[in-house]
Every structure is written in C-alpha cells, then in structure tokens.
Design a binder for this molecule. Structure first.
Ligand code: NAG
Ligand code: NAG
Ligand code: NAG
Ligand code: NAG
Length: 327
C-alpha cells in the first residue's frame, strides 16, 4: 500500500541513494583497514618501544661519562628525536633507599625500596618523556592517551674513576617493598579537552604488557617498580565526549558494522526514510522558489511532472512558510 507512494522518480532517487551509501561504505572500509594496519605494524614503522629503550640505554652509556651523584642531567638527543627528552641521574643505592629521591616526574619516598644486589653500590637511572612521540610508541586498544609517556629504567653504574662506565649494561630491578608507600608519578600536562571522562593510569612493563588502574589522586599515578607510565581514558564507555579522530573513526566504524549486521532491510528502510525527508525538503524548496520567483513556470513544470498537485494550493495559504523564506 505504502509503495504506491513511490512513483518512478522515487525509484530513481532510491537507487541513487543506495549507490551513494555504498560509496560511503567502501570509503569507510578503506579507512578502517588503514587504521588496523597502523596499529599492528610496529616493525614496519620502526616505532618499537623496546628498541627505543635499548637505544636510550646505549646512547646514555656512550654520552654520560662524568657526573655528580644525585644530580639530574639532560642528555642531548640526535635531531630526529626532537620532541623527546632523555635525562639521567645517578644514585648511591644506600642513600636512595634511606632518603628517597626525586628525578623528573618521579618521586621515591624514603625507606620503601627493596634491597639492591650487593654489587650495585650505585645505580644509573635513565628516564625519558616521549612527548609528541608517545602515541607512536605506545598504544592501548580502546583507550586514548591524554598525557605523554614517561618512563625510567635502572642500570648498574660501575664507574669509580672519571672516564669509567657511568651507565652500565646490567639492568637492575628497582621495586617497592610490599605494603610500603609507592613511587609517585606526577603528570603536569594532561590534555584538558578530554578530561570529562574518568582518567586512568597505565603502566607498561618492559615486555610490552600493560596494567590500567583508576586515577585516585588528580594528576598522580603510583607504581611499585620501573616501567613506562601515562594517563588515558576509555574510548568505549564515553562515546558522547569529544574523541580524537582515530578513536572517533573506530566508533563510527563500529556503528556502521552494527548497522550492517541489522540487515539489508534496515538499510533499505533508512534509505526510504531519507528519501521521504528529501522529498519534504525539496517540496519546501519548490514552494519557496515559487513564492520568490512569482513566475510559476518552474513550479508548474515540477508539479505536473511529480503529480503532486494537491500540495501546491495549500501552501499558498500558509503565511508561516512564506515568512520563513522571505525573511
Ligand atoms: C570516497 O573516496 C574518494 C577518494 O578517496 C573521494 O574522492 C570521494 O569523495 C569519497 N566519497 C565519499 C562519498 O566520501
Ligand atoms: C633517527 O635516526 C636513526 C639513524 O638513522 C634511527 O636509528 C632512529 O630510529 C631515528 N629516530 C627516530 C625517532 O626515528
Ligand atoms: C614532534 O615534534 C617535533 C618538533 O617539535 C617534530 O620534529 C617531530 O617530527 C614530531 N614527532 C612526531 C611523531 O610527530
Ligand atoms: C575493545 O572493545 C571491543 C568492543 O567493546 C572489544 O570487543 C575488544 O575486545 C576490546 N579490545 C581490547 C583489547 O580490550
């Protein structure tokens, strides 16, 4: 019964709309596949957090030759690392355990650390801020980072005399004793535009695995061992808040996929609905054109062609619509 409504011209519009929606689909699919590639092709892009960490270690051990204990040093990186910051500090381990220490955004409270190996009388802490490179090296599916990745690694520091090795090759595990106060990580720069949804702390371990926890103190995260840290929020629970474009694309893709799962009937229904809306809008426009041109020729042609005679006289008596378009 309702199908009577659709004359030949409606069929044409329907076909056009369908083909248009198919074009949109191919485009979305293309965007989606490129998105997936960028997520899974670390080796191709050379944006591998493990090799970056080992580069930082090698670079620091070559660059740092003479230091004062408990003083923070900035290490100049090659030009193509612009945007990242690499720093260094050396501690005497008994002192660090007894008095605690501060390096960059990290604070180790006094008397919390587990004992270091006997031979590690001094340790070298290499710590970094990945700045605008953070997203290239660390990704968490379904989450968006809102702060740069910061991290630290601990090495032995064997040098006694100047010129000796300050950053050694042996990785030392620094950890807080169970039940003691944790290491505090302070995030100064959190992307404020994205702050509405609950923020979470993420810790990446050296093997690439990560843990996510709620942020209990504003701009602070806590840790019991070394690693890389940042702040993020879930892109799944908060579809209403503004998302960065990548996340938004993912959400749109999901919506579209869900729509497709709904079946072809749903798509057709959608197309029919949109054509009805299109018809209403076009009719209004035609009425407006008629009013404005006062020519009538244009209107006549259309009204005959689409056989919508009854609607025309009614419109003439409606002042509301006239106002809309004259004003
Ligand atoms: C689809 O993509 C092509 C090329 O990327 C573009 O020219 C075209 O406008 C896109 N179509 C739609 C409907 O977005
Ligand atoms: C900078 O260049 C070096 C040598 O070409 C390369 O190993 C390194 O990965 C580059 N750095 C970045 C951040 O891509
Ligand atoms: C980060 O910013 C620097 C300039 O400040 C730029 O040279 C570099 O390419 C940027 N890195 C990324 C991954 O956008
Ligand atoms: C991301 O979210 C989707 C949809 O909720 C879920 O199916 C998927 O397992 C999530 N991925 C991860 C790595 O948690």
């Amino acid at each position: 019964m309702g199908l009577f409504f659709f004359s030949r011209s409606w069929c044409i519009i329907l076909v056009i709309s369908l083909s248009q929606s198919l074009v949109v689909k191919t485009n979305t699919t293309a965007a989606a596949s490129s998105l997936t590639t960028s997520y899974s092709s670390h080796p191709l892009h050379r944006h591998d957090s493990k090799s970056l960490a080992s580069f930082f270690h090698d670079y620091a051990s070559k660059t740092v030759v003479r230091v004062t204990t408990a003083v923070n040093y900035k290490i100049r990186l090659p030009a193509n690392f612009t945007g990242m910051q690499l720093r260094f500090v050396r501690f005497r381990t008994p002192s660090l355990r007894r008095r605690g220490g501060q390096f960059g955004s990290f604070y180790v409270p006094p008397r919390v650390l587990s004992a270091f190996p006997m031979e590690a009388r001094r340790i070298a802490i290499v710590y970094e801020n990945l700045g605008n490179w953070s997203n290239s090296y660390y990704k968490v599916p379904n989450y968006t980072l809102v702060a740069p990745i910061i991290g630290f690694s601990v090495y032995d520091s064997p040098a006694k005399a100047p010129g000796g090795l300050v950053v050694g090759d042996e990785r030392i595990s620094l950890s807080v004793q169970p039940g003691k106060k944790p290491i505090v990580i302070k995030f100064k720069k959190i992307d404020k535009d994205l702050k509405e949804s609950p923020l979470k702390c993420v810790k990446f371990s050296d093997d690439g695995s990560y843990e996510i926890e709620s942020m209990t103190v504003p701009n602070r995260c806590f840790a019991t061992s070394q690693g890389h840290f940042s702040v993020l929020f879930s892109t799944i629970s908060s579809t209403t808040s503004p998302l960065p474009s990548k996340a938004r694309h993912k959400v749109y893709l999901k919506w579209w996929l869900t729509g497709f799962g709904g079946g072809f009937a749903g798509v057709v229904l959608l197309v029919l609905l949109s054509t009805v809306v299109f018809k209403i809008v076009r009719d209004r426009r035609l009425r407006a054109m008629e009013k404005q041109s006062e020519c009538g020729v244009l209107f006549d042609t259309f009204s005959v062609g689409k056989s919508k005679m009854p609607s025309a006289p009614m419109v003439r008596t409606q002042p509301v619509i006239e106002h809309d378009y004259v004003a």
